[in-house]
Design a protein around this ligand. Structure first.
Ligand code: BG6
Length: 478
């Protein structure tokens, strides 16, 4: 279904995010027929590209990161007609009147801040003072949304001086992932799971976001953030919220975000014995973390594993284990809901302990598996075996799976539709920082050095111990 006609201005249009995600994503939506003729996508940045120069940049980005099949059949040329460029000085006066001249009345206007957060205030102020934005315009902001509670609060206040909360779209691209939304469909669209979704039946929950990439070219940014700020405060926290929240009354922005906020506020502070931070070290063949950043003695973590608790009726006593890291064994993101043992085994102790595990795989091979216990086939008596009921979305949905938009595509279209359900509200972001800050401050105060781990491993040994001590174990990263 096409969205309404719109003018989208992308500040920082020549940057990496625009090239890799935003522009190719818009092209794919164009190919899918969602972007109406006449809509304008206007790049804005400091360099002097001109319309033609920018169109060339866009075409190259799409060829490199976009959907190749439509590049040669004329669709790309048509798409490029929507593309314009204006040179704008974010901190000065230059270019703003000209940019305003390009915008049309009576269409949806959205402004994407794909720039450093230090520019958010200047951009927001100029959008208002030069009269580009009205009370229906939308602004889209990227992470990092603040560096801690104080800076996040300041950013919220700055944006609030110029825009109402219903106009602000804070992106966490994990919320745009298909399986993440599926998580809500699974929980709230089926009768099967929700009655069991609580401390009485769930032993624990594991959330893993493992990456094989190193910090490579992003060392400058990453070394000031670390895995806690870069991944846990936002992406893992959002997954935790969706897994743990109460059913919202409706699938509407504030109903969903109210429930997520309650989860974050119910999180207990984390005991520092329950957190392991790691940093990938050098081995003979590959440089370690410190070779990717400026500071040769950096103590920034590239891995975090932690155990936390949600103090409410539903979850009291059920631990949530979270882990994420770079340069690990495999690229896997999954959520595993591990159910408790059956209260009594009628098959005797020889049959072994068996558990149901529901795994929601975000990537790769998006899908779900449910481990169920069955009888081992054959004449050998009643021996039990866990087998997965496996559902790969790609297989189940066939060709339709190829149509699934990537996270950015979906989120940008939601901005134009004016649907904030998959965007973070200001109070959510602040609550997440309020939980994360003491953990990071604790590391600093104790002068804690991250534990080294081998590139290509599952993280530091201590992370395994975090679970072993509780008589549990992590699922294998594979
Ligand atoms: C980003 C982080 O937000 O998410 C990166 O800054 C990380 O460090 C990336 O690599 C992971 O996203 P995805 O979609 O590849 O899992």
């Amino acid at each position: 279904i096409p969205v309404e006609n719109f003018d989208l201005v992308i500040f920082g249009a020549t940057g990496d995010l625009a090239r890799r995600k935003i522009l190719p994503g818009l092209f794919r939506r164009y190919c899918a027929g969602q972007i109406p003729e006449g809509s304008q996508i206007i790049g804005a940045a400091r360099s002097d590209e001109g319309d033609e120069g920018f169109r060339k940049t866009v075409a190259e980005a799409i060829r490199e990161f976009g959907s190749g099949s439509h590049c040669e059949d004329g669709t790309l040329d048509q798409f490029l007609e929507c593309i314009h460029y204006e040179r704008v000085d974010a901190m000065g006066e230059a270019g703003w009147q000209e940019l305003k001249g390009r915008l049309r009345d009576n269409v949806i206007k959205a402004f994407y801040f794909s720039v450093a957060p230090s520019l958010f205030g200047a951009l927001a102020e100029r959008l208002r003072s030069f009269g580009l934005a009205d009370d229906d315009s939308r602004v889209v902001v990227e992470k990092p949304f603040g560096h801690n509670l104080e800076t996040a609060r300041a950013l919220n206040q700055t944006l609030a001086q110029h825009f109402d909360e219903h106009q602000i779209y804070r992106i966490d691209h994990y919320l745009g992932k298909e399986t993440v939304q599926n998580l809500m469909a699974v929980r709230f669209g089926n009768m099967l799971f929700e009655p069991l979704w609580n401390a009485q039946y769930v032993d624990h929950i594991q959330i893993t976001v493992a990456e094989t990439v190193d910090v490579g070219g992003r060392g400058g940014y990453y070394d000031k953030s670390g895995a806690m700020r870069d991944m846990v405060q936002n992406h893992l926290m959002q997954l935790l919220c969706l897994i743990a929240m109460e059913p919202p009354a409706r699938f509407e922005p504030d109903a969903v975000r109210d429930e997520k906020l309650k989860v974050i506020r119910a999180l207990d502070p984390v005991d520092y014995h329950h957190i392991v931070r790691g940093q990938y070290g050098a081995d003979e063949n590959q440089p370690g973390y410190r070779a990717h950043v400026e500071d040769p003695r950096s103590r920034t973590e590239s891995f975090v594993a932690l155990k936390c608790h949600i103090s409410n009726w539903r979850w009291a006593g059920t631990p949530f284990y979270l882990r994420t890291g770079k340069k690990l064994k495999a690229r896997t993101s999954e959520i595993a809901v591990v159910f408790k043992d059956a209260p009594h085994s009628i098959f005797g102790t020889d049959a072994g302990q068996h558990r149901n595990v529901l795994v929601i795989r975000l990537q790769p091979n998006e899908g779900m598996t449910l481990d169920v216990t069955i009888k081992e086939p054959g004449p050998g008596g009643m021996r039990l075996l866990d087998v997965p009921l496996d559902m790969s979305f790609a297989e189940a949905l066939g060709a339709e799976a190829d149509e699934v938009p990537d996270a950015y595509e979906r989120l940008i279209m939601d901005v134009i539709r004016g649907n904030q359900t998959l965007f973070m509200r200001g109070d959510e972001v602040e609550a997440a920082w309020a939980w994360t800050d003491p953990i990071i401050e604790g590391w600093q105060n104790r002068g804690e050095v991250p534990k080294p781990y081998e590139p290509g491993s599952s993280g530091p040994e201590d992370a395994l111990m975090l679970m072993h001590r509780d008589g549990r174990k992590w699922r294998e990263i594979k």
